[in-house]
Design a protein around this ligand. Structure first.
Ligand SMILES: C[S@@+](CC[C@H](N)C(=O)[O-])C[C@H]1O[C@@H](n2cnc3c(N)ncnc32)[C@H](O)[C@@H]1O
Length: 262
């Protein structure tokens, strides 16, 4: 396996599991992607799915619950993440890196890769995109999410954050057709921006991105979680079902497909 920087902290994955399962941000992100998958996978069955950088396994579990999916594999380089996932889930979990996927070509019909690219070494995203293309079957789709670059000079800098166009380019160069691309988490980014302009306290920073800063994100009060959940659900409908491209936000999301001949 190519050398990768793995996160081996039990506390990190305890927090990740909690956030992935119940935080408005995680639920909203999944709903957005699920709208795209609904439209793209309609009528298909028994599909083989892979979640790259599966962490504690919540996305793989969500995939496994979809009617089109027949089998799911989770992959992560972190032994700690996989141990956490194994305690909760029965699907196969494989230790490995997005940079060198331990699978044969055309093995999967659906791949998810959420908040992994920003953890890869320089140019690792290009290599990971090539690897996703290799293991995806012709006709298959991949749902990719990463963090987004700061969108004004007043926004806090996000280490490794993408411009949407740059992320699209990475996947097009690997041979993918990009059918959907948007920012996500638009309104929370706007609130953060306004707060940053009004209160230059320095408190907002990479940690305010849900996947950044060592995952300092915590579950908010249930009322706040519900309120923000409604906002995220509305955004998911606008970007996911109505296919509007949101102009900025904390995250970038793509649905890409491999359209060459079988
Ligand atoms: C921010 S967490 C995201 C976890 C999960 N995908 C989610 O959306 O909640 C980043 C994950 O990427 C994994 N990771 C780091 N380097 C990786 C690599 N080279 N290949 C695959 N996964 C990697 C980490 O171990 C961690 O589980």
């Amino acid at each position: 396996m190519t050398a990768v920087l793995t996160i081996e902290q039990p506390a990190y994955f305890d927090r990740l599991a909690e956030v992935e399962a119940a935080h408005w941000w995680s639920l909203g992100m999944w709903r957005l992607g699920a709208h795209w998958l609904d439209a793209t996978l309609r009528g298909r069955q028994g599909l083989a799915a892979l979640d790259v950088g599966c962490g504690t396994g919540q996305t793989a579990l969500r995939l496994a619950c979809r009617p089109e999916i027949g089998s799911v594999v989770g992959l992560d380089p972190s032994a700690e993440a996989l141990a956490h996932a194994r305690r909760r889930h029965a699907f196969p979990l494989v230790r490995g890196s997005a940079l060198d996927l331990p699978f044969g070509k055309s093995r999967f019909d659906v791949i998810t890769c959420f908040d992994v690219l920003q953890h890869l070494p320089q140019d690792g995203d290009r290599r990971a995109a090539d690897e996703l293309y290799r293991v995806l079957a012709p006709g298959g789709v991949a749902l990719v999410r990463s963090n987004a670059q700061a969108w004004t000079s007043a926004s806090p800098a996000v280490e490794g954050g993408y411009r949407l166009g740059a992320l699209v380019k990475v996947f097009e160069v690997s041979g993918f057709t990009v059918s959907h691309a948007t920012h996500a988490n638009c309104l929370p980014a706007l609130v953060q921006e306004l707060r940053g302009r009004l209160v230059r306290s320095g408190r907002a920073g990479p940690s305010s991105h849900p996947s950044g800063g060592g995952l300092r994100i915590r579950l908010p009060h249930p009322w706040v979680n519900r309120l923000m959940g409604s906002v995220a659900t509305a955004e998911a409908v606008v970007a996911g079902r109505l296919n509007a491209r949101l102009p900025f936000g904390h995250s970038t999301m793509l649905l890409v497909s491999r359209n060459d001949e079988r």
